[in-house]
Design a protein around this ligand. Structure first.
Ligand code: FES
Length: 100
C-alpha cells in the first residue's frame, strides 16, 4: 500500500492518513501487517495530484482517502482479499468505494 506524501497529497492529509493506516493495519510505515497482507510505505508523487490523498494498492489507485476514513478504507481492502472480482468493478460515484 503506497501512500503519496508529495506536496498536494501532504497538504490534503496524507501524513495524518498514514498515521491512521498504521493504527488500522497494526503496523508501522515500512513494515508489513501481522497478517502478512499489507505493507505500508510512503512514495513520491504518483501523478494523481488533484485527488489526494492518493493510495496505490496493487493495480488500483484510491483517491480522496481521508484520514478519518482510514479504518473503513482498510476494512474495504481486507474484504477484497477474498473477492475474485477485485479490481474489475467500475467505481460508483457517491458511494464509499474508493476504487477510482
Ligand atoms: S502529489 Fe500526490 S499524486 Fe501527486
Amino acid at each position: 500500500m503506497r501512500v503519496c506524501r508529495t506536496l498536494s497529497c501532504a497538504l490534503r492529509g496524507s501524513y495524518a492518513l498514514m498515521s491512521e493506516l498504521e493504527k488500522s493495519l497494526n503496523c508501522a510505515r515500512g513494515e508489513t501487517s501481522p497478517d502478512g497482507n499489507f505493507t505500508l510505505e510512503f512514495v513520491e508523487c504518483i501523478a494523481d495530484c488533484g485527488c489526494g490523498p492518493v493510495v496505490h494498492v496493487d493495480r488500483s489507485m484510491h483517491e480522496n482517502v481521508k484520514p478519518e476514513d482510514a479504518a473503513a478504507f482498510t476494512q474495504q481492502l481486507k474484504a477484497t482479499l477474498t473477492d475474485p472480482t477485485y479490481g474489475q468493478k467500475t467505481p460508483v460515484l457517491g458511494t464509499p468505494e474508493w476504487n477510482g
